[in-house]
Write a protein that binds this ligand. Sequence first.
Ligand code: 3PG
Length: 224
Amino acid sequence: MPDLDLHRDPGSTGLADMLRAAGVVPVVEIDDAAMALPLAAALLDGGIACVEITFRTGAAAEAIAAIRRGVPGMLVGAGTVLSADQVDVAREAGAAFLVSPGSGPAVVRRAAEAGVPIIPGACTPTEIQAARDAGCRLVKFFPAEAAGGVAYLRALSGPFRDVGFVPTGGIDASNLAAYLAVPGVVACGGSWLVRREWIAAGDLASITDAAHAAAAIVAAARAG
Ligand code: 3PG
């Protein structure tokens, strides 16, 4: 496997630094690619310069490409990447990073071959260790709340000192600060920042408000 430095030491890599700066990764399910630019702009207005467009809809690749072209300041990744083919589609669309709910070896391997950093899902010590063995230094701790929440993640972070965590699943403004306080957490993912119904209704103000509230929580967590 190629030695991809973006997969490595979460303390110093470009991707980890960018995710840490954002503090949150809005997880988006988009039906109409035409909404990609407005929703990215709404997040930026709220102070969040990162977004994950999931491959749960047919509009994902077009939405990623649109954000990549139209919002240069935005870190855009592809989420719910479940197959090696989707790795290729995401790379061609310009995704800066990939996220997967699990650590499927075919997906992780193709991402490494394509030179796109991947954040594979892992929620047990064995899964985290396997992802680490595959060269990944960032993992999506998923499903965070259902798997055991903050206390469980804190226990996991003890032995995995060189792994950066992106907890996702059941996180919102009410528990974001608690997750950000866990050692090793670089950012928290979640759909609460860009609800599907807000996109459908063109409710950009709610996206900006949620981003703004999250950015304030991240800033407070980083300061404290
Ligand atoms: C994901 O795909 O990352 C999760 O479904 C997001 O979980 P959430 O909807 O609980 O934030």
